[in-house]
Design a protein around this ligand. Sequence first.
Ligand code: THU
Length: 142
Amino acid sequence: MIKEDTIKQLINEALHARNHAYAPYSQFMVGAALITEDDSVYRGCNVENASYGATNCAERTAIFKAVSEGERLIKAIAIVGGVKDGDMTYAYPCGVCRQVLREFSNPGDLVIIVAKNQDDYKTYSLEELLPESFGPDFKSAK
Ligand code: THU
């Protein structure tokens, strides 16, 4: 179980991360903040590219920052998004980000928080957003 205080903290961190979003092509600004098993918090924003396919989502920015610092287990992630200077929307993680989250979490335990602000959010498990998934527990045949 994750505390409501932690949820609100992660949303706040994600909103700060969103300020750094680099989205000159879509104007869709996304921020993410995750907490790991040792209660470290990592933030990320989307980073677009003139060659659109080279864009990195906010979630993966945060995940790769955490993993590259030695983290391996994510407990919760908050995501905030919306068009620049527009209203916030519920920004659901894309399929690729869901699969990357699958690699570094327990799908039934990972809390995914999709928020407009600290008082307006929804929570899901990864199991709900990525059912019947493939992950690192499927060992390859020897
Ligand atoms: N984006 C994210 O950062 N996270 C998501 O979950 C959905 C999409 C970004 C990628 C791109 O920079 C912009 O939003 C529009 O697709």
